[in-house]
Design a protein around this ligand. Structure first.
Ligand SMILES: C[S@@+](CC[C@H](N)C(=O)[O-])C[C@H]1O[C@@H](n2cnc3c(N)ncnc32)[C@H](O)[C@@H]1O
Length: 192
């Protein structure tokens, strides 16, 4: 358990998720444990990978219908050119900066040509005047079904930005299709 006093809280956030079209094949969801949001929206079309079994079990309890697999994003056990779509719902904030490029390269490898990687994330910088171990925010998520999820995501990372992720994504070989920021939240669609 983490003492709330050791957490620097960003402002509370709300996100309304639209269903996103992807007719073809499996969706590979990176870090699909926890709430298992993508597995709740796209259900059995989703393969949810997470390096922690406990997080995958929690996602099932929360209503994810994804196929759960314990796997590290740094070393995907899939063949090249397998998936038309991959997703990362607030997972890159858990990835140390030194691993971002190798993970993006792995997702590039397993996507088909023109395959898309959709990333939801948050911009943050730990203020120097606070000496906390974690940075976190509470998030209300409105699913296309009307279900409301109230959760929170926290990390030991000191900063993350959409610009930083876009730079690593380009280096991994991706083209940026869309990028939008709303307050501190952002969404990027990458294409192989
Ligand atoms: C808290 S979740 C993010 C929110 C989640 N996508 C949801 O729908 O609620 C982040 C997950 O990423 C997983 N994770 C972090 N780094 C990983 C890695 N390198 N490979 C696989 N899973 C990772 C963590 O175990 C954690 O369960």
């Amino acid at each position: 358990m983490t003492d709330e006093e050791d957490i620097y809280f960003l402002e509370d956030q709300t996100i309304t998720l639209d269903d996103f079209p992807c007719d073809k094949g499996w969706i590979l969801d990176f870090g699909g444990g926890g709430e298992g949001v993508i597995g709740q929206i796209k259900e059995s079309q989703v393969i949810a990978i997470d390096r922690r079994e406990s997080e995958l079990l929690e996602a099932i309890e929360n209503g994810s219908k994804a196929l759960p697999i314990i796997m590290d994003g740094k070393e995907l056990k899939f063949l090249d050119n397998t998936f038309h779509t991959a997703t990362s719902f607030y997972t890159l904030m858990y990835v140390p900066e030194e691993n971002l490029l190798s993970i993006l390269k792995e997702f590039y490898r397993v996507l088909t040509l023109k395959g898309k990687f959709i990333i939801w994330g948050v911009n943050f910088t730990h203020p120097t005047e606070f000496d906390k171990n974690l940075i976190a925010f509470r998030l209300k998520i409105k699913l296309p079904s009307g279900k409301l999820i109230e959760t929170g995501y926290g990390t030991r990372k000191k900063s993350q930005s959409m610009k930083q992720i876009i730079n690593f994504a380009k280096e991994a070989g991706f083209t940026i299709i869309t990028s939008k920021e709303e307050g501190i939240l952002f969404q990027i669609t990458l294409q192989k």
